[in-house]
Structures are given as structure tokens and as C-alpha cells.
Design a protein around this ligand. Structure first.
Ligand SMILES: Cc1ncc(COP(=O)(O)O)c(C=O)c1O
Length: 353
């Protein structure tokens, strides 16, 4: 049996795959594959409408929010956010490679400043963010740092519009999305498959759109077109819907959070109690989604990778600029897989070879 701990595209639950497979052959007994469903039909309208409603329901979104299902991944939003909302200057919180990428892209469009950073300790903790920010168009935060394994467990309270990249912790727990001006996430981790993204945007914030932004790139126009500016990635959006239905049926976000805590606690405990392994992030800021660690003796890296592979444990190599190992614990990862991994870690710790 394979245990895929990849960071994304990530594993979804088998029942989700089964429904997607059925929809590929015959979508809800229509005689059509989901791949040939035309987007300006009641069939697709029903998919989109249910996806929007389910997202609102899971996150208890109030009427001030618009939900968009858009093509492309999170990187596109690094661009769109700056294109739409960077007018004077924007603030970025720097917590790893993804926040840096978002910041660097913002600089291509205008003035951006890093207002808090944990670079001086290699992103092993999260920085303290000042509460009295003013004079910025928005402040951008990466809610979960997939590359280094840190996660914000609370968010800066600021009068400035808060924008968050939630690519790697959306749908893993209840999140105070009503407090954000905009959140975005690539779909291929906890929401669905690659090729689409989710955006939740505040109606008042949309009014700040830079009118010089080309029309296709204005969130405002995506809202007005109900996410259909051109042929949407229907299969990817349908996958998000099927996965959200699964999340709801399993017990919703509270349930996912409880599971995530159980899985992460077990793995961190195993690593912290080992002699040979070392967790990357410091305890208070550790992520429940991405557990990053390494061998204290780097010469054992490949031996452990080999032992893990022999035990069916795959896609645990760390982010390319961080190294070490990274185990992603998204919703569809079974507790039994985590227990298996912990047993392999403990056995290797006692008898490295
Ligand atoms: C936190 C975070 N932001 C952004 C991205 C980039 O996402 P995409 O490939 O969808 O553009 C990733 C990818 O892993 C990520 O983990």
C-alpha cells in the first residue's frame, strides 16, 4: 500500500476519486461526460451554485463576501492582488518562499514593503506583526507556510485590509474568513485538483479596484460574471464541489481540524522524542498541515528516504530550497498512514541503516 504525503497535488479521499471517475464516464445519468458539459447550461450552473453555497456554509460567510471559482493557481493571485489593489503601497509579511514570491511579484506592479519577517531565523518561527499599521492598501500574509512548516494560529488584528494566501490550510479547520478582505487558495491541496483556485473577497474591498487593471484581470468583473469570464475548468471546479461535499459529510471543518490535530500531534511527538530526527519549525508556530524535519546527521538522509520508500511512504522530500523532509497531512491523509510513518521513524531511530 502506498502512503502519499505529497504537498500538492495532494491525495483526495477515495470516494471523491470514485465520484469523479463516474462523472468522467456519465455525469449524473445525463449520458454526457463532465468534460463535455457546456458552461452556460443549467447543468454547470447547478455545480457552481452548489459549490458557492457549500463554501459559504462551511465557512459561515456573511453577505459581505463573494465566492469565486477561478482558473489557474495561487500564483496567479500573487499577480491579480497587486494588479487590482496596489495603488500607493502594500505590506507583506515574510515567512518563507511563498510569501517572498508574492512580495516579489507585487514589486513588479508597484511599491511593496516587508513589514515583518522571520528570515533572520530561517523562518523557523513566525514574526510579530505590529497592530498599528496604517497607510497601506493591504497587508498580505501566508496563512500556512507549506515550505517550512509554520502556520499562523491567529491573525494580525489590523485596520488595514487583510489579504491571505490560504493555499495550504483552507478547509483544514474553521478560519475567520469574514475578517479578511480577500483570501485565495490554489485548489490542489485540500480543496481539489490543480487547475483552479478559490477566492473569497469582500464586497467593500472590491470597490478599491485600480481602474487601470485590464478587464480580464479585475476581480470585480469575475464577480459580475459569476466566475464565468470564459470557459471555466469545469472538471477542476466539480472536483472542488465533490470534495467539499465529502468534508461536510465527514463532519465539516471542526472534524477536519480535530483530525489534523490528532495526526500532527502524533507525528511531532514521534519526531521530538527521537534521537536522530529534528523538526524544522519551533513549537509554538508549527503547522498542522506540513511537518518539516530533517536528520540531525545529514548523511542519514538518503538511508531514511530509502527505508521510507520500501515501506510505501512517498513524496516526503522537503521543499527544494529547504531540504530535509516534508510530510503533508491534508484532510484525506488517514490516521493509519501517519501511525505507519511514525512506526517507520521510530524503527529507523532505533536502528538506522
Ligand atoms: C502557500 C502556497 N502559496 C502558493 C503556492 C503556489 O500555488 P500554485 O502552484 O497553485 O500557483 C503554493 C504551492 O505549493 C503554496 O504552498
Amino acid at each position: 500500500m502506498l502512503h502519499n504525503f505529497g504537498s500538492g497535488p495532494a491525495k483526495l479521499h477515495k470516494s471523491v476519486y470514485e465520484q469523479l471517475a463516474n462523472a468522467l464516464i456519465d455525469y449524473e445519468q445525463t449520458g454526457l461526460s463532465i468534460l463535455e458539459v457546456y458552461h452556460r447550461t443549467p447543468l454547470y450552473e447547478a455545480i457552481l451554485e452548489e459549490a458557492i453555497q457549500l463554501c459559504k456554509e462551511l465557512y459561515l460567510l456573511d453577505d459581505s463576501k463573494e465566492v469565486l471559482f477561478m482558473p489557474n493557481g495561487a500564483t496567479w493571485h500573487f499577480n491579480l492582488i497587486a494588479q487590482n489593489f496596489l495603488q500607493q503601497k502594500a505590506a507583506y509579511i515574510h515567512t518563507g518562499n511563498w510569501s517572498k514570491k508574492a512580495y516579489d511579484i507585487a514589486l513588479e506592479y508597484g511599491k511593496a514593503e516587508i513589514i515583518a519577517s522571520s528570515e533572520n531565523n530561517n523562518f523557523k518561527t513566525l514574526p510579530i506583526v505590529a497592530q498599528d499599521l496604517s497607510g497601506y492598501d493591504y497587508v498580505h500574509i501566508t496563512a500556512n507556510n507549506t515550505d517550512v512548516g509554520t502556520q499562523f494560529h491567529s491573525y494580525p488584528k489590523s485596520s488595514i485590509s487583510l489579504v491571505a494566501d490560504m493555499s495550504s490550510d483552507i478547509f483544514s479547520k474553521p478560519l475567520p474568513i469574514n475578517d479578511f478582505a480577500l483570501i485565495y487558495a490554489g485548489a490542489q491541496k485540500n480543496i481539489g485538483i490543480a487547475g483552479a483556485s478559490l477566492v473569497i473577497i469582500d464586497k467593500a474591498f472590491i470597490k478599491n479596484t485600480n481602474s487601470l487593471t485590464p478587464s480580464y484581470y479585475q476581480y470585480k468583473n469575475w464577480v459580475n460574471a459569476n466566475s464565468i469570464m470564459n470557459t471555466p475548468p469545469i472538471f477542476a471546479i466539480y472536483a472542488m464541489l465533490v470534495n467539499m461535499r465529502w468534508i461536510k459529510a465527514m463532519g465539516g471543518l471542526e472534524f477536519m481540524h480535530a483530525q489534523a490535530k490528532e495526526k500532527a500531534t502524533l507525528l511531532y511527538h514521534t519526531l521530538d522524542n527521537s534521537n536522530l530526527f529534528e523538526v524544522y519549525a519551533q513549537e509554538q508556530d508549527r503547522s498542522l498541515m506540513n511537518v518539516c524535519f530533517s536528520m540531525k546527521d545529514p548523511s542519514l538522509h538518503h538511508s531514511f528516504l530509502h527505508v521510507a520508500k520500501e515501506a510505501g511512504i512517498i513524496q516526503i522530500e522537503g521543499y527544494r530550497t529547504v531540504g530535509g523532509f516534508r510530510v503533508s497531512l491534508y484532510n484525506a491523509i488517514e490516521l493509519s498512514s501517519v501511525k505507519h510513518l511514525c512506526n517507520v521513524i521510530t524503527a529507523f531511530d532505533q536502528n538506522p541503516h
